[in-house]
Ligand binder design. Structure first.
Ligand code: ACO
Length: 319
């Protein structure tokens, strides 16, 4: 029993917000600084009250439509998010309710920017085991809610959005190999180190990051896990058609591609227009590239994610 991606969808809230617009809103930054250091030109920001389950709902509807399925056909819903609607119930259960699906297994995965790769791997294993047949795997984030808008070193980097895929049981392989890792020893270089206790926020409710430490770590593990996943499938990295790394920063994408000896014209890039949308970044990039008919049926695609925890992982699949 194998699993294949049979439908992809994504959703970006509101209008694109430019770097110039952020500067106009009073952030002490410039388009020149942001584009030269990160490659980011625009990001989308959710409206007040718009939640991860709302963005995930739009992406899910589009993925279900692309797969030719109804929500009631789905027996597994996994949402990767670090910006859940509530502490509980899970965003997956809220999304399930909005989709009017009753009875499917539903839960969230928390692996920050690697979340989608983690969720897709888990769904693949459920399907592989024979216990489930049709999974909806979603990455959805409203990172704008956990940004300290007075910290220019972090607030310019992120955006909101959602991406989703339908993964179905199949007798021929779609997903070829997966690799997941984490090392909690590095929890301090990227975190939102706060919690809610007795009605109060304890600690710090905003994203904090040691940018240079994250940069070095991300480049090393993205390339390593990408190579590991290709080796597990018995395919050299030169044999992949497309690489979709987590869209954190243009310089991280370029350095990863260089380390893996993958030319940049095989790398899908959306960070310039989406910013870093954490768990949503990979399915957003995948959906855009498929809709633009750059990625086509039969091609081999390597997804590689890295995020807070630290977590990292890769999925190699044939579309
Ligand atoms: N606009 C203008 N100036 C800024 C801004 C800004 N938005 N942010 C910081 N600066 C200033 C700093 O204050 C500092 O000024 P100073 O020298 O007068 O003190 C100067 O720019 C350099 O700051 P650094 O933090 O040293 O800048 P650095 O060269 O490290 O670049 C960056 C920062 C772009 C964040 C870089 O470290 C990076 O790309 N890191 C990767 C982090 C990343 O992509 N994280 C995403 C989340 S992690 C993930 O998704 C896995």
């Amino acid at each position: 029993m194998f699993s294949r991606i049979t439908g992809i969808g994504s959703f970006l809230p509101g209008q694109a917000v430019s770097n110039h617009e952020l500067a106009r809103r009073g952030i002490a930054t410039s388009d020149e600084w942001i584009t030269s250091r990160t490659g980011i030109g625009f990001r989308h920001l959710a409206e007040n009250g718009e939640t991860s389950s709302d963005l995930g709902l739009e992406a899910s509807r589009r993925a279900l439509s692309a797969a030719g399925l109804e929500a009631s056909d789905i027996d597994l819903i996994i949402v990767a998010t670090s910006t859940p609607d509530y502490i509980f119930p899970s965003t997956a259960c809220l999304l399930q309710s909005k989709l009017s699906n009753h009875g499917a297994t539903a839960f969230d995965v928390q692996a920050v920017c690697s979340g989608f790769v983690y969720a897709l791997t888990i769904a693949d294993k459920f399907i592989h085991s024979g216990s489930h047949k049709r999974a909806l795997v979603v990455g959805s984030e409203v990172f704008s809610r956990i940004l300290d808008w007075s910290d220019r070193a972090t607030c310019v980097l992120f955006g909101d959005g959602a991406g989703a895929v339908v993964l179905e049981a199949s007798d021929r392989p779609g997903i070829l190999a997966t690799s997941l890792h984490a090392d909690g020893a590095h929890h301090g270089i990227l975190s939102v180190p706060g919690s809610v206790c007795n009605g109060k926020v304890i600690g710090d409710p905003f994203l904090r990051m040691d940018g240079q430490a994250v940069f070095k770590f991300a480049v090393r593990v993205l390339a390593e896990v990408g190579e590991e996943c290709c080796a597990a499938a018995g395919i050299p990295s030169a044999g992949i058609d497309w690489l979709i790394p987590h869209q954190a920063n243009m310089r991280i994408l370029e350095a990863t591609a260089r380390k893996m000896k993958v030319p940049m014209d095989k790398v899908i890039v959306t960070v310039d227009r989406h910013g870093n949308t954490s768990a949503a970044s990979i399915p957003l990039a995948l959906d855009e590239a498929v809709r633009e008919r750059r990625i086509r049926a039969g091609q081999k695609v390597l997804l590689a994610g890295v995020g807070g925890g630290f977590t990292w992982g890769a999925v190699l699949f044939e579309l």
